[in-house]
Design a protein around this ligand. Structure first.
Ligand SMILES: [Zn+2]
Ligand SMILES: [Zn+2]
Length: 240
């Protein structure tokens, strides 16, 4: 009975030890690796070029993540040349309408048709990967909810963000241990709520001289708990 755990199980344990929602953390790590390999290895591959053309680049979240994380301006230039050319080729001059109030102006129908042809025809590559990673990791999480080591790691973590807690609850597969997960979330959020109150109280002039403790970043942890980690929900994601 050597290691019978899948690799996702160990990734999940590691992610529990980092700040923020462990599932968000795994998505962010996965997307970062994807963007890196896109720029350094796959930028000229036909499939990459086709996908960025179809999406007209990446979604807002992931385009900016890529721009922040890399000094690879050439990779971005190659990807975005393809995406921009695709977009530009769709922008044709519109014929003037003979019916409108403004002489020579294109008809509303023509304008709407042009707007439609400028829509992406596929989701962002990074959003697609995040969806796959999320499905897989949620499966692993729920499969091992009876595993004491994973439960201990979850108890010591920031807990799942609200988006991922909902996603865990909505899993179709039947599994044991959901009651334990609910208890863990309740404990973590209950402690957080008490710390927020402590933070608010210590901002009162009568307690201002008292040093801050664990509650000092409670407002940030509350943001993370309800919104998820920054950038974990690209705008093409199917949930979030
Ligand atoms: Zn999350
Ligand atoms: Zn995206």
């Amino acid at each position: 009975m050597a290691s019978e755990y899948p690799i996702d199980y160990y990734s999940l344990l590691d992610a529990c030890a980092s700040p923020g929602c462990p599932l968000c953390r795994l998505l962010l790590n996965g997307v970062e690796r994807l963007l890196d390999s896109l720029l350094y290895e796959r930028v000229n591959e036909a499939e990459t070029q086709r996908a960025v053309r179809a999406r007209r680049g990446l979604c807002n979240t992931h385009a900016w993540q890529m721009s922040r994380m890399t000094g690879n301006a050439l990779g971005i230039a190659i990807l975005y040349r393809a995406a921009l050319d695709e977009t530009l080729s769709a922008v044709k001059p519109l014929p003037p309408s003979r019916l409108g109030h403004v002489p020579g102006a294109p008809s509303q129908q023509e304008r709407l048709r042009l707007a439609d042809t400028l829509e992406p025809t596929e989701p962002c590559l990074a959003c697609r990967l995040a969806d796959d990673t999320e499905r897989r990791t949620l499966g692993t999480l729920t499969r091992y909810l009876g595993d004491e080591r994973l439960l201990a790691a979850l108890r010591a973590s920031y807990g799942l963000c609200l988006n991922h807690f909902r996603a865990a609850l909505r899993q179709e597969r039947r599994f044991a241990g959901m009651d334990v997960l609910i208890d863990i979330q309740r404990d973590i959020w209950g402690r957080l709520s008490a710390q927020l109150q402590e933070f608010i109280d210590k901002n009162d002039y009568r307690r201002m001289r008292e040093p801050m403790g664990a509650e000092s970043d409670s407002w940030q942890r509350a943001l993370r708990a309800l919104a998820g980690e920054a950038g974990a929900f690209g705008i093409d994601r199917s949930m979030g």
